[in-house]
Design a protein around this ligand. Structure first.
Ligand code: GLP
Length: 245
């Protein structure tokens, strides 16, 4: 693991955007695994600005998102599909036919999970996987559990995740209770993983994930076994890490 300490949110966002843009410049057909949440927004803003200046071209890139809420259509403003379009896709030249998210409206979870795993396989896997991290160390929507989920799966969200994500909804009752999430296999097979974290409320998750035992109770801890993980976190998110880190 390479741990990069950023001064603050803006610094974290610029450093991470630099790595993503380098990936796309070096390999225009890159398959990007993209993430939602408030943490990546600064990265997307930076990438949009570099795209507008002509520095990076997404026309040949593929995007495969981590997750989607069950029961929300892509037009629902709370859906992750809508989030990605509003915060990124609508402002760059990515081909809409190369943009993938799980279909939250598919009620047959077996079919949907198999379809999404096929999407990942048909695109040859992920070149660069961007990950945020939940306060309970979830990645995508891989919640703490008794084992790591391998493929795309339907998840029942934990109370802590529902509480954390309520800020994006009018009230807690509106937060969907289930989601589709990419599993650990696709994340672990990504050629490179870039995990970002900002703020004191992520400090415990970062410490437990990268300086504690590998356990499905701390989903991001599996990344300790990945051969190319870059963690870019700001000082507040690194505050609980051992001094020698
Ligand atoms: C959601 C997403 C995750 C994300 C997490 C943290 O639960 N499914 O992919 O990492 O939120 O979000 P934030 O960056 O807003 O703290």
């Amino acid at each position: 693991m390479r741990l990069i300490c950023a001064k603050n949110y803006q610094d974290m966002s610029r450093k991470a955007a630099n790595l993503i843009s380098a990936q796309v410049i070096l390999c225009p057909e890159s398959v990007l695994g993209l993430a939602t949440g408030s943490t990546p927004i600064g990265i997307y803003r930076q990438l949009i600005s570099w795209y507008e200046k002509g520095d990076v071209d997404f026309s040949k890139a593929v995007s495969i998102n981590l997750d989607e809420y069950c029961g929300l259509s892509p037009r629902d403003t709370q859906s992750y599909s809508c989030f990605m379009h509003q915060n990124f896709f609508d402002h760059i030249n990515i081909d809409p036919r190369r943009v993938y998210l799980p279909d939250g409206m598919q009620t047959n979870s077996t079919l949907e999970c198999a379809r999404y795993d096929r999407v990942i396989a048909d695109n040859g896997g992920i070149d660069l996987q961007l990950l945020g991290i939940g306060r309970n160390a979830h990645i995508g929507f891989n919640e703490p559990d008794s084992c790591f989920a391998c493929g795309t799966h339907q998840v029942t969200l934990t109370e802590s995740t529902i509480a954390a994500n309520t800020r994006f909804f009018e009230n807690e009752a509106q937060v969907p209770r289930q989601a589709y999430s990419m599993g650990m296999q696709a994340i672990m097979q990504a050629k490179r993983v870039l995990l970002i974290a900002s703020g004191a409320d992520k400090a415990e998750a970062i410490r437990n994930s990268f300086f504690g035992p590998v356990t499905p109770q701390v989903p991001a801890s599996i990344l300790q076994l990945h051969r190319d993980v870059i963690v870019i976190a700001d000082e507040a998110a690194l505050a609980d890490c051992p001094a020698e880190a």
